[in-house]
Design a protein around this ligand. Structure first.
Ligand SMILES: [Zn+2]
Length: 342
C-alpha cells in the first residue's frame, strides 16, 4: 500500500503553516467521500480508524479499502492512523496491518474508560514509540482527558493538559504528535452554548506550542456540529438536542499555534444521517440502498471539502514524494525519536 507516514504529512503541514483533517472511517462510503473531497481540493489527508471501526469493518476489509483508495487516488498523499489505541498490542496489530501511524492513548487505562496516571502513560507510550519508530511508523500520544464518550472511548471526565507536564511527556516518550485536552469532548454534545476562547482554553495550546515548537499538536473532538446539519436531521424526524461544537475559527487559531491534526468524525455522521433521513422522507417507496447512500456520501464529501478548505490543506496533495516506512525507520534510528523538522 502506498500510504504516506503521518509524521511526513504533519512535518509538511508545519512547513506550510496549515492543518490536516483526520477523518474517521467505518465503511466504503466514508472512504470514498473523503478521498473524493481530497481529489476535488487536491488535499493531503489522514484517514483514521478506531478500534470500534476495525471491529465493525473487519481488518482485512479495511486494509483493502485503503489499498483501493491509494490505487484509485494515486495523486493524494494519505496516511492511515489508528485512533485511540488502548494498548501496545492494539498499536502493534495496526502496524502489522499496514497503518502508517498509531495513537497510544495512555491517558486512559486499557479499558478506554479509567483515567490513568502520568507514569503509566509515559511507560506505555514510550513502549509504542520504540516499537513503531523501528518500523518507521508515526506515534501520537495524549496527555489530559477529553469529555464525552465515543465508540466506547472516554472517561467522560475533562482534565486539561498541563503545559509543563506536556514538555516532560514529550521528552520522555519521543512522540511525534501530542493530543491535548483543552476542554473539547467527543461526540455531538460538546457545549450547551457557543464556546468562547476561555471555555476552549486556547491559551493551553499557545503555551504548549511555545514550550514544544517542533511537536505536532492534535485537536480531538473537533467537529463543529453545524446547525444546518442538526436542523436537517430534526426536520426529517430526528431528535438531536440543541448543541454546539468547536467553531472553525477557533481551530484556525489553533493552527496558528502548532495544531497540525484535527480530528473530525461527528460532522460526517450528522451529514450522512441528515441526508438519509431526507431521502427516506422524500421518497418512502424507494428501497434501493444506493438511493439514500449516494446523497449520504455527497453530504459527507461536502463537509470534508469545507473542513479541508478551512484548515488550509487544499492544493498541497502532491507537494512532496512519500518517504517509505523503511527510510523513516532509518531517520529515527539516526536522528533519535525527536526528528528535526527539515
Ligand atoms: Zn479522540
Amino acid at each position: 500500500m502506498a500510504l504516506v507516514t503521518m509524521r511526513q504529512l504533519l512535518d509538511e503541514a508545519a512547513k506550510g503553516g496549515y492543518g490536516v483533517g483526520a477523518f474517521n472511517v467505518n465503511n466504503l462510503e466514508q472512504v470514498q467521500a473523503i478521498m473524493e473531497a481530497a481529489r476535488e481540493t487536491e488535499s493531503p489527508v489522514i484517514i483514521q480508524a478506531s478500534r470500534g471501526a476495525r471491529k465493525y469493518a473487519n481488518d482485512r476489509f479495511l486494509y483493502h479499502l485503503m489499498e483501493a483508495a491509494t490505487e484509485v487516488y494515486p495523486e493524494i498523499s494519505v496516511a492511515l492512523h489508528q485512533d485511540h489505541g488502548n494498548s501496545p498490542e492494539t498499536c502493534k496489530s495496526a502496524i502489522d496491518l499496514g497503518f502508517t501511524s498509531v495513537m497510544m492513548d495512555g491517558s486512559l487505562m486499557e479499558d478506554g474508560k479509567t483515567p490513568a496516571d502520568f507514569e503509566y502513560n509515559v511507560r506505555v507510550t514510550r513502549e509504542v514509540v520504540e516499537m513503531a519508530h523501528a518500523s518507521g511508523v508515526t506515534v501520537e500520544g495524549e496527555l489530559g482527558t477529553l469529555g464525552g464518550i465515543e465508540d466506547d472511548v472516554g472517561s467522560g471526565e475533562v482534565n486539561l493538559t498541563d503545559p509543563e507536564q506536556a514538555e516532560e511527556f514529550v521528552e520522555r516518550t519521543g512522540v511525534d504528535a501530542l493530543a491535548v485536552a483543552i476542554g473539547t469532548s467527543h461526540g455531538a454534545y460538546k457545549f450547551t452554548k457557543e464556546p468562547d476562547r476561555e471555555v476552549l482554553a486556547m491559551h493551553i495550546i499557545e503555551e504548549i506550542n511555545e514550550r514544544l515548537p517542533t511537536t505536532h499538536l492534535v485537536m480531538h473532538g473537533s467537529s463543529s456540529v453545524p446547525k444546518e446539519l442538526v436542523d436537517t436531521i430534526n426536520e426529517y424526524g430526528g431528535d438531536i438536542r440543541p448543541t454546539w461544537g468547536v467553531p472553525v475559527r477557533e481551530i484556525q487559531e489553533g493552527i496558528k499555534h502548532g495544531v497540525r491534526k484535527i480530528n473530525v468524525d461527528t460532522d460526517l455522521r450528522l451529514a450522512a444521517t441528515g441526508a438519509i433521513r431526507k431521502a427516506f422522507a422524500e421518497n418512502p417507496s424507494e428501497f434501493d440502498p444506493r438511493y439514500y447512500l449516494k446523497p449520504a456520501k455527497a453530504a459527507m464529501q461536502e463537509v470534508v471539502r469545507a473542513r479541508m478548505e478551512a484548515f488550509g490543506q487544499t492544493g498541497h496533495a502532491k507537494d512532496y514524494d512519500p518517504i517509505s516506512l523503511p527510510d523513516m525507520a532509518v531517520r529515527y534510528r539516526e536522528q533519535g525519536h525527536q526528528l528535526t523538522v527539515t
